[in-house]
Design a protein around this ligand. Structure first.
Ligand SMILES: [Zn+2]
Length: 248
């Protein structure tokens, strides 16, 4: 993954190294007689110019790298105030993430992303309904995001509820939207919510079906993907290891 992408999605340089790099770039650009580019290159939040240069694959790779930093305990030194100030007048997020409401799976944190880097839609069991699809269409077609990432996670309570056919108020209808993944999961062994192997297999199948569902029910996003403007991908977050596994 090119360094430029890392410094674009998340500036993880130390202040000292950043200063040295800025100084050398400033010297070079002065020598060339053009305006210094470092204000943009080292800004806190994504700018339109920086985001527009990234390809969907580069954005996915940057998310993967961010998760590696998270797992090593080497997250970027986020200057949230600087990111907040810089993004206040406009946002240019690179991706829209659909993930579960689970308190242990905050997408931005586990992929070391900052304010303004991504849209994040969260709903139990990370299923796509009309409102979620509309949000994704806004994120990509209107706001310019280039990646749609559906992220499930291990030991998901919503998946367990769907397996058990849990009934509770409005939750019943939500869990019904996960049921097709339960039925579609091929699994050798006990098909129960007590078997975490099965629960995680269903969670993965649910992500795969949601990705297919997004393409099928959103011609806007499907056409953008066919044209190469965006990529729709799936991922599973492992609560035990902290790893995000990406898959198409
Ligand atoms: Zn969950």
């Amino acid at each position: 993954m090119p360094d430029k992408v890392q410094s674009t999605l998340r500036d993880n340089h130390s202040p000292r190294r950043r200063f040295l790099k800025i100084a050398s770039i400033a010297t070079a650009t002065t020598a060339l007689g053009v305006a210094p580019a470092w204000q943009l290159a080292y800004a806190a939040a994504l700018t339109k110019a920086k985001r527009d240069k990234l390809t969907p694959d580069e954005i996915l790779a940057a998310m993967k790298k961010g998760n590696e930093r998270f797992r090593r305990g080497k997250e970027s030194p986020h200057d949230y105030l600087a990111q907040q100030k810089m993004s206040a007048k406009g946002q240019y997020p690179a991706a829209v993430i659909l993930s579960c409401i689970d308190s242990r799976a905050p997408a931005e944190t586990i992929m070391d992303l900052g304010i303004g880097d991504c849209f994040n839609a969260r709903v139990a069991g990370n299923i796509a309904n009309e409102d979620i699809l509309g949000s994704m269409e806004f994120a990509c077609k209107v706001a310019g995001a280039k990646v749609v990432l559906v992220m499930g996670h291990t030991a998901c309570g919503a998946i367990k509820g769907a397996i058990d056919n849990a009934q509770l108020g409005n939750l019943t209808g939500l869990l019904a939207k996960i049921r097709p993944a339960v039925d579609a999961t091929q699994y050798q062994g006990e098909r129960s919510a007590k078997n975490y192997g099965f629960v995680d297999a269903v969670a993965r199948k649910n992500v795969e079906l949601t990705v297919i569902d997004i393409r099928r029910r959103s011609p806007v996003l499907a056409e953008m993907e066919t044209a190469g403007a965006i990529k729709i991908a799936g991922a599973m977050y492992n609560l035990e290891t902290g790893r995000v596994e990406f898959f198409a």
